[in-house]
Design a protein around this ligand. Sequence first.
Ligand SMILES: Cc1cc2nc3c(=O)[nH]c(=O)nc-3n(C[C@H](O)[C@H](O)[C@H](O)COP(=O)(O)O)c2cc1C
Length: 210
Amino acid sequence: MSTIKSFDPELLETRDVHKLLSSSIAPRPIAFASTIDAKGNVNLSPFSFFNVFSTNPPILIFSPARRVRDNTTKHTLQNAEETKEVVINIVDFLMVDQMSQSSNEYAKGVNEFIETGLTEVPSLKVKPPRVLESPVSFECVVDNIISLGEHGGAGQLVIAKVVHIHVKSDLLDINDQIDPVKLDLVARLGGDWYTRVTKDSMFKLAKPKG
Ligand SMILES: Cc1cc2nc3c(=O)[nH]c(=O)nc-3n(C[C@H](O)[C@H](O)[C@H](O)COP(=O)(O)O)c2cc1C
């Protein structure tokens, strides 16, 4: 029988808490967030502390945390605070290298679309552009930002309301439902690990009767 090792997060280094959390709370979807600052500079960065939390209204939440290293904030958070808009693009397997490259710590004002070679497409209802290569993109307005703390590692929840949705038409069936095999999603695990959603890695489970 396997034994259990227990940890009190208060007694661990923040980095070690991060490793235990991010390896176990997985796979996590990736929000590839496009934002602009007050001067109109475009930014594009990935965030896997991300999910959907409401359908009506449609709400997505992601968390650009304060850096553990020096407690600075991410440009994405600064832009979301300044201009209150974000486009959350979904990441498929074809885009993983560019998505990873965009997570480099570029200087403020550097446009990661240009650095990665991804293509900007103007949005319909918000100012940040969407990613042409993404299978699905959500134009959002920022409803609220909730700070979970002031120290390095503290999540900053960007609560984003979806105002427009773009889906590549070849992913949709005749009822406008997304085919999960064609979507070819990727998700983040702990450390440098990712996973790819393929036909072999999926299974169906019918809802329980009654
Ligand atoms: C797949 C992936 C997921 C990431 N998820 C997060 C996250 O949830 N929160 C976070 O603060 N940083 C996350 N990062 C790191 C940021 O992308 C990175 O700090 C980036 O430089 C932030 O850019 P910005 O300062 O232009 O916003 C992630 C990186 C990758 C590659």
